[in-house]
Design a protein around this ligand. Sequence first.
Ligand code: APR
Length: 266
Amino acid sequence: MSADWSAELDAAAALLVAAGHAVAMTGAGVSTASGLPDFRSPGGLWAGVDPMAVASRSAFEQRPEEFYAFYRKRIDVLGLATPNPAHFALAALEKAGRMHGVITQNVDGLHQVAGAQQVIELHGNLREALCVGCLTVRPIEIIREALEAGDLPRCRTCGAMLKPNVVLFEDLLPERAWTAATLAARASDVMLVAGSSLQVTPAGWLPQETLDRGGRLVIVNQEATPYDRRAAVVLHGPAERILPALAAAVGARVEEGVPRSQNATR
Ligand code: APR
């Protein structure tokens, strides 16, 4: 681990060890090391693409061929993805009782594959297909098979169109997930944000929920975010390297039994 981050890693570890209730909030940047592009980096999914044309409710309803041309690529790439050290580090922090789960904007399910138990999926998941008619949920393979056969995916039960079980632009977030995420953010005295530009709302409002109640932010991201100035600790770099180092620093502090009074940097 580069020495450039040692002070920040120590400060972040102190906050996590002292925290009564910490939560992680992740975005696409924690999955780029798994081969899944993010959205707003150069070469990301929105590079040269209008999200409203390919990933909105209107696109799904009015231009399903264009919609599924975009989503077919995402579904295929997702099928090959496996968790990376960023996912495993967050799962390890949860297992060690230092993180009460992950609020994620990602739809790849990699936090769960890595062993995370408490995962709040704000934007749904790309592992399932939802029938917009009878609301039946099936594995995403049913969509993949229809597209491979050159058909638009339709429900075998009611004949309505199937859509990936993800939140599209123009959709509302799943109410249960949004409520759980808001309560988790409000209950946390530390939120660890990793791999998100924090530009999309309402997810991007969640760090403020933690701040509004005196909580602290630790931000791990390749580039600056709108919350950097309000964060207690900011680490700019690859999450797949920083998060394992952070998990190790937390473990070392717990091992040393550093008294809580020396932990906090409040
Ligand atoms: N390590 C750390 N940060 C990274 C890495 C990495 N390996 N790779 C990319 N990043 C950073 C990028 O610099 C960027 O700031 O992750 C961030 C990803 O931001 P976005 O591409 O905007 O993705 P995200 O924040 O998850 O977008 C939120 O927008 O379009 C919607 O539904 C979509 O869920 C998505 C939402």
